[in-house]
Design a protein around this ligand. Sequence first.
Ligand SMILES: *Cc1c(COP(=O)(O)O)cnc(C)c1O
Length: 300
Amino acid sequence: MTIIQDLGTYKVNHLWIKREDLIPFSFGGNKARKAQLFFQEKDKGDYDCVVTYGSGSSNHCRIVANECCRRGIKCYIISPEEASESTFNSQMMELFRAEITTVPVNEVHNTIEGKLAELKEAGFHPYFIEGGGHGNIGTEAYVQCYQEIKQQEKELGVHFDYIFLASGTGTTHAGLVCGQILNGDDRKIIGISIARKNPRGRNVVLDSIRTYLGNKAIEEEIQEKTIFIDDYTTGYGKDDSRVKQTIDMVLRIYGIPLDATYTGKAFMGMSEYIKDIQDKNILFIHTGGTPLFFDELRSR
Ligand SMILES: *Cc1c(COP(=O)(O)O)cnc(C)c1O
């Protein structure tokens, strides 16, 4: 269970932060929580290698490569050449001896299919993980996180009126909303989009929720509970001086690192959003990305 830290009064509300970045494997983060479940499933089967995809700055790819490395199995990563710059994450993927195939973004899909076919033909049993740990297993990881939050609310004697998080491929967001729906809880879970615009971004989250809940899904409820804000996106990893100011402020005041692609944007978006809100208990989910914090620092 990751800790929930009390950050005290923030813009006339009370702010708490759930430190998913402190999950004790490979610099933590939501991809570490998702990977735990994917690798549980992999370990149950007779798979002997893993195939996944993502950019050179992908937290997901770094963790998957680390999980493979410690098991002594091969990790194949398909990466779009448009986003293959050297980062601390890509350096670690190399350290973990992942085999990285870089192709134009529109060839990623076919290259994955080709790699899987090639491995099977050679007698291997590859386990495939969607980019970002997308899919029901990724959603399940954040339903479990939601249960943790419920338990921690009891222990702390607090009810979180709002939960804010960075929403990317959407399963972290979807898992939390599924948890809320399954528990019949009353609060607002607000996904701050880090790249996708509405309606597409929100629709992807809705699809993950529908897939996870299956016949328990009530469309009206899902629509009501899924709040996806796209006002603060500048695209994946793009420069934004307000995000930098937010990163500096949070590091200076709380000693907590945020990154420019995910958590910095989400924290900034939350700060803007709560300007009109008073006396509420607010939980910010720190979804990780610590190596990206250092990329941003190095780029200054
Ligand atoms: C991937 C990622 C997210 C977004 O999570 P999704 O489940 O893809 O929406 C947020 N923060 C960090 C640090 C990430 O690496």
